[in-house]
Ligand binder design. Structure first.
Ligand code: GDP
Length: 142
């Protein structure tokens, strides 16, 4: 692996944004914000894969809706590097509910609802490592 300057976080461009042709614009926003792309691929999760990824939310009332949505169409999965990557990516994403997201955030611009909210981001460095390992092999990370 190349020398790592910042630290890593994990992101997903969710099915709503890919379906609407917004993946390119979102990747541009990410790189314009100073992130380096360390891993990137288009995937289409099965329902089981989405359930595995969101296992921590299994008891939440929206789990079925969330996992069906995430397996409904392709996503772009991303390993992103920047100093303070976890917080920097969550700040760029904005609040879960786009109605509450700040101006200039990706969810404000691209999300349509609290469920179909364009992007995912890890909430801690430990979860970032787990989530990157869930989707990427070592060979796919630069
Ligand atoms: P995040 O860290 O900002 O993505 O938010 P959470 O960890 O709280 O929730 C994970 C994901 O579940 C969100 O990004 C949404 O896609 C989905 N989600 C959260 N709350 C709701 C809800 O009330 N309804 C639905 N349908 N989905 C939700």
């Amino acid at each position: 692996m190349a020398e790592q300057i910042g630290n890593l976080t994990f992101g997903i461009i969710k099915p709503d944004a890919v379906r609407n042709g917004r993946a390119g614009s979102i990747i541009q926003r990410i790189t314009d914000s100073g992130f380096k792309l360390r891993g990137m691929k288009l995937i289409h999760m099965t329902l089981k894969e989405a359930e595995g990824f969101y296992a921590v939310h299994a008891e939440r009332p929206f789990f079925g809706e969330l996992t069906e949505f995430m397996s409904s169409a392709p996503c772009v999965v991303l390993a992103l590097e920047k100093a303070g990557a976890v917080k920097a990516w969550r700040d760029l994403m904005g609040a879960t509910d786009p109605a509450k997201a700040d101006e200039g955030t990706i969810r404000k611009e691209f999300a349509t609802s609290i469920g179909e909210n364009a992007v995912h981001g890890s909430d801690s460095e430990e979860n970032a490592r787990i989530e990157i390992a869930y989707f990427f092999s070592q060979l796919e990370l630069i």
